[in-house]
Ligand binder design. Sequence first.
Ligand code: PRP
Length: 214
Amino acid sequence: MITVALPKGALLGNSIRLLKSVGLDFSAFLDSSNRQLQIYDPTETAKALLVRTHDVPVYVEYGQADLGVVGYDVLREKKPKVAHLVNLNFGKCRMSVAVKESSPYRRTVELPPHGRVASKFVHCAREYFQNLNLPVEIVPLYGSVELGPITGMSEAIVDLVETGKTLRENGLIEIDVLFETSAYLIANPLSYRLNSGGVNELISKVREQVLSAV
Ligand code: PRP
């Protein structure tokens, strides 16, 4: 039996569609009335766990899941001990620095030393500012990060930008990009090495499916 950790939220639909294309049906997770957190594929060859996106690598690293689908942004932030197997080419967005449109800053290096930067991605943000040799205080938030500059708590944010709509509607502008991100198929290193439950066959099918879609 193969166990796959699937992320709640924006990546779920594409993850389920991809798994369906390689013969595993976890579409019950897309039913809004569903409250089950663990479901079996009808063929009973695999099961899926529905977890918060930041928890996907945790289940995979600890071996409760053989495989998982998660954004590269989360992998950069948490640096879990998992195998990064396939770039799935969906969930594409970028990790960016943004400020209030009305602020005088148009490049990250213009931000004031010892200013504040709000982010859900504190490690990514810290590493980025350290590399720029710009000492700032990273303020950890868990959502609605855009409110940092709006309320005056921080000069800037580091957050994911996909369409840019959230920034626009909150009077913020992107001034720098840390990195591009998209969804990845990850594996527990031991499951991968030992081919637990025939996981390598499933990985090959996913790889073929992704390549054929390019
Ligand atoms: C992400 C991100 C932005 C938004 C960007 O939030 O934190 O707020 O999406 O998307 P856009 O550029 O297309 O507007 P998400 O929807 O994941 O919710 P969260 O803030 O609760 O994590």
